[in-house]
Ligand binder design. Structure first.
Ligand code: MRU
Length: 357
């Protein structure tokens, strides 16, 4: 039997810049108002793009970090031909590997919760370990491309495994953006929707706006609308009462890190949604690729939660909405206990915790 056709989004979240040595990302800070691409050439630009969410979503961050690392090494080694000669002659395999590791450690500090970042960078460092200097750049490019292709394939497999859970006329609720914009492929939580759509199933999606950075309103609504999927945006505070109406068939969310016992770190508000879904008997599905499972972390209590700048809450657009000198609590993620998860929809099928290597 021929392999199933891979669905691909009509944009590239993360790619190689076609004209020069650069990483190209779709600048998500400007969506939905402008579809612009950002070329990244330096370590500072890469860290800034990840921190400020130009590129975001756990799998996309991992892919961007891997490709960005390859670009940084290539640029350092090829700044000009003469110094490249000198560098190659002088550099031993060990010093080059040490440089790759040091760049990777710097990139890893950009965001702490999504394990995909560490996972992708560790793979890149391992690949660099045994490469001769003259092969290092092509080896890193090859490994980063492989990470991107694998992510695409994992998204597709998640879609295949999750699509049967979406029946004709279903009403699906989602939170944040775990779609194509968050990956190199068709997303995680949204992948089952794209596959179901390709099979002729019609359904409706409700997208939490996802305060404070509005990934649901700005990004999920944008990509679903472009795909011709019926989407309605609601304020986060309306999700529990919508679940109470009985109109929602299932909740689908993504994950930034899944601990060995199945606890799930995901966008702030996911835990409240899981509690509300349980209270109203609605299935709560977590969709994630293998790269999001962190079996070294025993439970969710051990996951580092990123806290972000107070300005994200203090302002709405240009307008300041908080009185001066008010304290702000702004965690970017929360942890949903495994007991609230109905299915873990992964590239390897529907799994149950505890998770192992
Ligand atoms: O802060 P963000 O926008 O990077 O948060 C993204 C999420 O929480 C997603 O749900 C998660 O990374 C899964 S993306 C496939």
């Amino acid at each position: 039997m021929p392999p199933p056709i891979q669905l691909l989004p009509p944009f590239e979240t993360v790619s190689w810049s076609p004209t020069e040595r650069a990483l190209r990302v779709l600048d998500q800070r400007r969506l939905p108002n402008a579809e612009t691409y950002l070329d990244i050439r330096t370590l500072d630009e890469l860290i800034d793009a990840i921190r400020t969410l130009a590129v975001r979503g756990a799998p996309a961050i991992g892919v961007a970090a891997a490709m960005g690392l390859a670009v940084l090494v290539e640029r350092e080694l090829q700044l000009d031909a003469a110094s490249a000669e000198r560098t190659r002659d002088a550099a031993t395999r060990d010093t080059l590997h040490a440089r790759v590791v040091s760049l990777a450690s710097a990139i890893e500090t950009a965001r702490p919760t999504a394990v995909n970042l560490r996972w992708a960078l560790q793979r890149m460092c391992k690949r660099a370990e045994h490469e001769r200097a003259e092969q290092l750049v092509s080896a890193l490019r090859e490994e980063a491309t492989r990470i991107r292709e694998e992510d695409r394939a994992m998204c597709h497999a998640i879609g295949q495994h999750g699509a049967p859970l979406i029946s004709q006329g279903a009403h699906v609720l989602t939170h944040c953006n775990a779609g194509a914009l968050a990956t190199a492929g068709i997303g995680t939580a949204l992948a089952p929707l794209y596959v179901a759509q390709s099979r002729g199933v019609s359904f409706k999606v409700f997208a939490d706006e996802t305060r404070p950075l509005l990934q649901g309103a700005r990004l999920t609504a944008w990509e679903l609308q472009r795909a011709g999927i019926d989407v309605t945006v609601l304020p986060d505070g309306a999700a529990a009462s919508l679940l109470a109406t009985g109109r929602i068939s299932a909740v689908f969310v993504g994950a930034d890190r899944i601990a060995a016992n199945g606890d799930v770190a995901n966008k702030i508000g996911t835990y409240g949604l899981a509690l509300a879904a349980r209270a109203h008997g609605v299935p709560f599905h977590v969709c994630a690729p293998s790269s999001t499972f962190d079996v070294q972390t025993a439970t969710g209590a051990e996951i580092t939660i990123e806290h972000r700048d107070a300005s994200e809450l203090a302002t709405f657009g240009e307008l300041r909405v908080l009185p001066d000198n008010v304290d702000v609590y702004n965690p970017a993620f929360d942890v949903t206990p495994h007991s609230l998860v109905t299915h873990y929809i992964t590239d390897r099928g529907l799994l149950r915790p505890p998770f192992h290597d």
